[in-house]
Design a binder for this molecule. Structure first.
Ligand code: THU
Length: 129
């Protein structure tokens, strides 16, 4: 399943809309029912409006009714892969707290680094327990 999720993130990465940074990121979420939901980063000329791949995937999954995420794969062309940014970590902590985070470089998809969401954002802010 890890290989499939990484492959899905690598594939959707190619659909990233990143005309400014040219840095394409793909993310794939595995929901508890086995479904995979993907997303890639989308940038804006008003740079701050850019949305990361992880959040595009997460928002699509949530609004598609998915819950209880088992894992999220993130693929980018960077040594060791790209780590989720702080904003994405917060959203993962809220909506995918139990997910494993698999990170890989698009040039070597078999080298995967694994994290927990708790490790990426210890003691995350939450209102709803
Ligand atoms: N980006 C992501 O999509 N995910 C990350 O984990 C880090 C950064 C995007 C945002 C922006 O489009 C580009 O990478 C460069 O920062």
């Amino acid at each position: 399943m890890r290989t499939r999720l990484i492959a899905a993130a690598a594939e959707v990465r190619l659909a990233a809309v990143a005309p400014y940074s040219k840095f394409r990121v793909g993310a794939a979420l595995l929901a508890r029912g086995g479904e995979i939901v993907t997303g890639a980063n989308v940038e804006s000329a008003s740079y701050g409006l850019t949305c990361c791949a992880e959040r595009v995937a997460l928002f699509a999954a949530l609004t598609g009714g998915k819950r209880g995420f088992v894992a999220v794969a993130v693929v980018a062309r960077a040594p060791g892969g790209a780590m989720p940014c702080g904003a994405c970590r917060q959203l993962l902590a809220e909506y995918a707290p139990g997910a494993k985070v698999w990170v890989a470089d698009s040039r070597s998809l078999t080298k995967v680094r694994t994290f927990t969401v708790e490790r990426l954002l210890p003691g995350a802010f939450k209102i709803v327990p």
